[in-house]
Design a protein around this ligand. Structure first.
Ligand SMILES: Cc1cc2nc3c(=O)[nH]c(=O)nc-3n(C[C@H](O)[C@H](O)[C@H](O)COP(=O)(O)OP(=O)(O)OC[C@H]3O[C@@H](n4cnc5c(N)ncnc54)[C@H](O)[C@@H]3O)c2cc1C
Length: 338
């Protein structure tokens, strides 16, 4: 029978470094172990929650049930360009593995914290790439039927930091493995993706596009801009970039001609960088007690030491209200709240 560790401290299991305890902590490697954990939760009427790398979560208090943690971390090439990663593979280890083997598709997503199993849940993205661009199949364990299910990417309802796992399958699907379709660099047909932000210039400085150079450039840019959670507690981007009607964007551009934005929905809407709105509203580098806004990236809220979830959420609400008043744009949170 799978072991339940009782009164388990979660502080070292979330990158915000928040203090909280799980009534039980249960790790699984196989579908049989996961089935066992879920059956125990059912029998004892316990709620459960999946926590992987804890890099996109705010823990608001002690969890009264079982926190389920994936532990299987194998990576395997299962066909030409087809890579299977089990849920507990550290995401950046998978990126490094693929780049070392000359398989393209994940390099722009270098250094994103967390586990491979969370990548389809969040549809992680950075530097013009998203997990959905390479995901072929997601395997999950269905807590309702207690069976393993495999779904193709078309059934994952991927959107901007969205997926079916945050929608209709929330609280039901536990991702156990993800399969990615990658492209061999050696074929000479791989289309490198370096058009985003300052990536192009960095890659050129390193000698031009290659999987290794892109990975190296992305890592350098990220290390320069983002706080290291091992040093400063944070969960990466706290807010999503809002998508607003094109007419509203045009009005805002009359007031703020320098406002950046990317046309989407066939030109009917514009995605505005939340970081720009927060920065323009004067919050970048803000500090109050135990919480603050990162001085180099306004999207990142930081724990200055001993912050509580309430203090972080209060700061987030103040920013949301202020941005709404100044720009008429409502920010929504990217981070998950438990
Ligand atoms: C410094 C920093 C930089 C970041 N940069 C980026 C970035 O550039 N792009 C980006 O997209 N994100 C970024 N993030 C956010 C975060 O790294 C990603 O969202 C990551 O995918 C979270 O993985 P995790 O394993 O830590 O998930 P967790 O935080 O453990 O969980 C996140 C959510 O997914 C659910 N979940 C996790 N694993 C599973 C599973 N196996 N099955 C079902 N549900 C599951 C959890 O229940 C929870 O709701 C950043 C975070 C930090 C701290």
């Amino acid at each position: 029978m799978t072991n339940f560790s009782d009164n388990f401290a979660l502080r070292g299991r979330n990158t915000f470094g928040l203090d909280a305890e799980a009534r039980h902590w249960a790790e699984f490697r196989t579908a049989a172990e996961l089935r066992d954990i879920l059956l125990r939760c059912r029998e004892q009427g316990l709620p459960w929650y999946v926590l992987s790398g804890g890099s996109n979560i705010i823990l608001t208090g002690n969890f009264p049930g079982a926190v389920i943690h994936p532990a299987a971390d194998g990576i395997a090439l299962i066909g030409p360009g087809l890579v299977r990663a089990e849920a507990a593979v550290v995401w950046d280890d998978l990126v490094a593995w693929s780049v070392e083997r000359g398989l393209g598709g994940l390099e722009n997503l270098s250094l994103i914290p967390g586990y491979a199993g969370a990548a389809p849940v969040q549809n992680i993205g950075a530097y013009g790439a998203e997990a959905k661009d390479t995901i072929e199949t997601v395997e999950y364990f269905d807590a309702a039927t207690l069976e393993t299910v495999r779904i193709p990417k078309e059934a994952c309802a991927f959107g901007y930091r969205e997926s079916v796992f945050k929608g209709s399958l929330k609280g039901r699907a536990i991702v156990t493995a993800v399969e990615f379709r990658l492209t061999p660099e050696a074929d000479g047909k791989y289309a490198y993706n370096i058009g985003y932000g300052d990536l192009h210039d960095r890659v050129m400085e390193l000698g031009g596009p290659s999987l290794r150079n892109i990975r190296q450039a992305v890592i350098a840019i990220r290390e320069a801009k983002l706080p290291d959670p091992a040093v400063t507690g944070n969960a990466g981007s706290f807010f999503k970039n809002p998508v607003i009607p094109a007419a509203q964007a045009a009005e805002l551009r009359e007031r703020y001609p320098e406002m950046p934005g990317y046309a989407c929905n066939g030109g009917a809407a514009v995605k505005v960088p939340a970081a720009w709105l927060i920065d323009r509203a004067g919050w970048k580098g803000f500090r109050s007690g135990t919480v603050g806004v990162h001085p180099k990236q306004a999207l990142v809220l930081i724990n200055l030491g001993g912050a509580t979830a309430q203090e972080i959420l209060n700061l987030a609400r103040r920013i949301i209200c202020d941005v709404e008043q100044k720009f008429g744009v409502t920010l929504s949170m990217e981070v998950n709240i438990l």
